[in-house]
Design a protein around this ligand. Structure first.
Ligand code: G3P
Length: 214
């Protein structure tokens, strides 16, 4: 399973990119608004740094406007993936963009039927929002499992991005379910590598080694 960082913050991307495990980045309007909005130069720098898919969402609501916004965004970098919301208008825009060979990440997916329609419209990725589904009391992992099964049986090559990740066990569940990608916030990314027994073990190894060399 590939690991993406879910952020609009370039410092967070720089850091995790240096770990050697990062395959892509996802943003959304809320994340970019925390960084002061969409800055094309910043997005270009992120694409150049990560050298992998970077999802940026349209902020218009009609299919025509979504397509023209997407075409403008796509000028920024070949790595750019256009995030389109799972609405009827979004499906129309996805069809138009996929026919032009522009990769779409259909976002705000909360049901298998939305994912099926996204794949039929030609979306390259679907992003089920697991954490937000959990918040509603719905069995979010079953939704992602259903999407996996639908895509496998139907032979769709649309990739599943396990999104709205809240904790490390979401990432492990994503991998076990067979999600293609998990997009992970910075805080959760840093928790993935931490384990108290690793820290204690390393401390002891260093103490023993340093005692020998005294
Ligand atoms: O990738 C989707 C993500 O940005 C939404 O996450 O934490 O706002 O539910 P969250």
């Amino acid at each position: 399973m590939k690991l993406y960082l879910d952020t609009g913050n370039i410092k967070e991307i720089e850091e995790i990119n240096n770990w050697g495990v990062l395959s892509g980045v996802t943003t959304n309007p809320s994340l970019l608004s925390k960084e002061g909005g969409l800055n094309k130069d910043t997005i270009r720098n992120i694409c150049d740094m990560v050298k992998g898919p970077v999802s940026v969402e349209v902020t218009s609501l009609t299919p025509e406007e979504m397509v023209s916004e997407a075409l403008e965004l796509k000028e920024i970098s070949p790595y750019l993936v256009i995030k389109i919301p799972a609405t009827v208008e979004g499906l129309k825009a996805t069809r138009a963009l996929s026919e032009k060979g522009i990769p779409v990440n259909m976002t705000l997916i909360f049901s298998p039927s939305q994912a099926l329609l996204a794949a039929e419209a030609g979306a390259r990725y679907v992003s089920p929002f697991v954490g937000r589904l959990d918040d509603t009391g719905i069995e979010a992992l079953e939704v992602v499992q259903d999407i996996r099964e639908i895509f496998d049986i139907g032979g769709y090559d649309t990739e599943i991005i396990f999104a709205s990740v809240r904790h490390p066990s979401h990432v492990i569940r994503a991998a076990r379910i067979g999600a293609d990608i998990a997009t992970i916030p910075y805080r959760v990314f840093t928790l993935l590598i931490k384990h108290p027994m690793t820290e204690l073990g390393l401390k002891k190894f260093m103490q023993d080694w340093n005692n020998l060399n005294k």
